[in-house]
Design a protein around this ligand. Structure first.
Ligand code: ZN
Length: 466
C-alpha cells in the first residue's frame, strides 16, 4: 500500500493537542529546509514538520499518522547523500532535533546512552572529557545526528581501524509504525537472547522504525597520531603504499586518497595547496599511531621509491592542515560545480583495474567530463564524483547521469563490488539495488518491511518500493 495523504490541518491540530503547542510547523522556510538532506537532486515538498520532545511524542505522532495514512520521513542532521531523509511527496517530516540529550558516561562499562538527535561531534566532545570516544567519524560530524549515523550504518574515515557504526551500538530504542516502543539491548556487551532485533534497524534508513535513543559502545581515545601526506604517480602506487602501511610497525588510523583533480577544486574554493614539492596524480593522507619506528618506516618508503614526495606533520596545526586538504573535498566540489556523486566499494586489490576500465568507459562515452575520485581507499571505498561540464544544462546533465550510473554499476558488479559503500540507497540508488543484492535478498527485505510496517508509513519509497 502506498501512503499518499498529506497531513491535514485536523491531524496537525490533534498532534498538537496530544504533544503540546509548537510541536508542528508548516512554515514554508521550515518545510524547504527540513524537507531535504545534502542530496540536492530532489525538490523538498513535505506537508508538515513535527518536532517531538520525547519518545512518547514520537510514538503518538507516528501512530496517529499511521492511522490517518500519512507518510512519515524520520529526519536527523540531514547530512545524507542518498536522499534517505528527503520528503518530496507531501510526507510529514519527523525531526529528532529536539531530542539531543547525552546521558552520564559509564567509564567502567564504557557506554553512554544518548537521544537520537545528539550531534555526533557533541558526543565525541563529551566522551573526550573521560578519555573515551565513540569512533564514528566523518567530515559532517558537526551536523550529523547519532540517530542518522545508526539508521544509515555510517562509515567514514575511521572504518579502517574500528569498522562501521554497527559495531559501536549496544542498545537501541525504536518506535514502530504502530507506535509500539521497542527497547532492545541495554548496556550489555553480551546478550544472546534470540534474534538480535536491533541489527535490523541499523542501516535500515528509517523504513522499519524511528530510532529515538541508543546506548553507544565507547573505546579509549586513540593515542597521538602522526599524520603524513604523500603524492604518488598513479593508483597502482597508492595500492603499493597501502601494502607497505599494512606491514608497518604502527596501527593504521586512516588511509585516505584523492586525485589531483580534487586538489585543484580544493585550491579554487578554499585556497589550500599541497605543501609538497613534487605532486603526482594521486595523494594519500595516512594516520599512524605515534611510535619510534615511524620515521624509519617513512625513510624506507622513500628509499623504495614508493612515493614521489611526502611529509609528516611536525605539530597539531600542521596535521590539521594536511587533513583539511582531504576533508574540504566534498564541499569544494559542490562549491565549484555540480558533482554527480557515487559511493562504491571494491575489493582493494581490484581498484586499479576498475578505475582504468571506468576511465576508458567515461572517456569513450562522455568525452571531456571531469571525474574527481577520492575516498577511504584502505576500505576499498571510492567516492566517484562526475562533474557537470560547465557549458551543459543542469537538467540535461542529470538526465544523462542515469545512463552513466548503469555503465558504472555494471562494471562494479563485474568486479565484485557494491553500488553503495557507506551512503546507503535512499532514493538515489534504489533503481540499482539489483546490481548488489539478489532478487531473493530483496524479497526478504520487503517481507521484513511488510511485517513491521504493513501500511508503508515509514519513509516510503526509500531503498525500494514496498
Ligand atoms: Zn565517505
Amino acid at each position: 500500500m502506498t501512503q499518499t495523504r498529506k497531513a491535514t490541518p485536523a491531524l496537525l491540530e490533534a498532534i498538537e493537542k496530544r504533544c503540546g503547542a509548537g510541536v508542528v510547523t508548516t512554515d514554508p522556510s521550515d518545510l524547504a529546509e527540513l524537507g531535504r538532506d545534502w542530496t540536492r537532486v530532489f525538490a523538498p515538498a513535505p506537508s508538515a514538520i513535527a518536532l517531538p520532545r520525547t519518545t512518547a511524542d514520537v510514538s503518538a505522532i507516528v501512530s496517529m499518522c499511521n492511522d490517518a495514512n500519512v507518510a512519515v520521513v524520520p529526519s536527523g542532521g540531514r547530512t545524507g547523500l542518498a536522499g534517505g531523509a528527503v520528503a518530496k511527496d507531501g510526507e510529514l517530516v519527523l525531526s529528532l532535533t529536539r531530542m539531543s540529550a547525552i546521558g552520564e558516561i559509564d567509564v567502567v562499562g564504557r557506554t553512554v546512552r544518548v537521544e537520537a538527535g545528539a550531534v555526533t561531534q557533541a558526543v565525541h566532545e563529551r566522551c573526550a572529557e573521560h578519555d573515551l570516544t565513540w569512533p564514528v567519524d566523518f567530515a559532517s560530524k558537526g551536523s550529523s545526528h547519532v540517530g542518522g549515523n545508526i539508521a544509515t550504518n555510517a562509515g567514514g574515515i575511521r572504518v579502517i581501524r574500528y569498522g562501521l557504526t554497527r559495531n559501536w551500538v549496544l542498545g537501541l530504542e525504536v518506535v514502530l509504525a504502530n507506535g509500539d516502543v521497542l527497547e532492545m539491548g541495554r548496556a550489555l556487551e553480551k546478550n544472546n537472547t534470540g534474534i538480535d532485533l536491533k541489527q535490523l534497524f541499523i542501516g535500515s534508513e528509517g523504513i522499519l522504525g524511528v530510532i529515538t535513543a541508543a546506548t553507544l559502545k565507547l573505546t579509549r581515545l586513540p593515542r597521538e597520531h602522526d599524520v603524513m601526506l604523500f603524492s604518488l604517480p598513479d593508483l597502482g602506487a597508492v595500492v603499493r603504499l597501502f601494502r607497505a602501511a599494512q606491514e608497518a610497525p604502527f596501527a593504521l588510523g586512516a588511509f585516505e586518497f584523492f586525485t589531483d583533480k580534487c586538489l585543484a577544486r580544493v585550491q579554487r574554493h578554499r585556497k589550500l595547496a599541497s605543501p609538497l614539492n613534487e605532486n603526482g596524480q594521486c595523494f594519500v593522507v595516512l594516520e599512524a599511531e605515534r611510535g619510534e619506528a615511524n620515521e624509519a618506516w617513512l625513510a624506507d618508503v622513500f628509499g623504495r621509491g614508493l612515493v614521489l614526495d611526502g611529509t609528516m606533520a611536525q605539530h597539531t596545526s600542521q596535521a590539521a592542515s594536511l587533513w583539511a586538504l582531504r576533508e574540504s573535498i566534498s564541499e569544494s566540489l559542490s562549491a565549484t560545480g555540480l558533482p554527480h556523486k557515487n559511493d562504491i566499494a571494491l575489493p582493494i586489490a581490484k581498484l586499479e583495474g576498475f578505475c582504468r576500465d571506468l576511465e576508458s568507459i567515461l572517456a569513450e562515452r562522455y568525452p571531456g567530463w571531469e571525474v574527481c575520485l577520492f575516498g577511504h581507499i584502505g576500505d576499498g571505498n571510492l567516492h566517484v564524483n562526475i562533474m557537470k561540464p560547465d557549458d551543459m544544462d543542469k537538467a540535461a546533465f542529470l538526465g544523462r547521469t542515469h545512463d552513466v550510473d548503469r555503465h558504472m554499476f555494471e562494471l562494479v558488479q563485474s568486479y565484485g563490488g557494491s553500488i553503495s559503500a557507506e551512503h546507503g540507497i535512499g532514493l538515489l540508488k534504489k533503481d540499482y539495488l539489483g546490481y548488489s543484492r539478489s532478487p531473493a535478498e530483496i524479497a526478504a527485505m520487503k517481507a521484513v518491511k511488510a511485517a513491521l510496517d504493513p501500511k508503508n508509513t515509514l519513509n516510503p519509497g526509500k531503498i525500494f518500493d514496498a
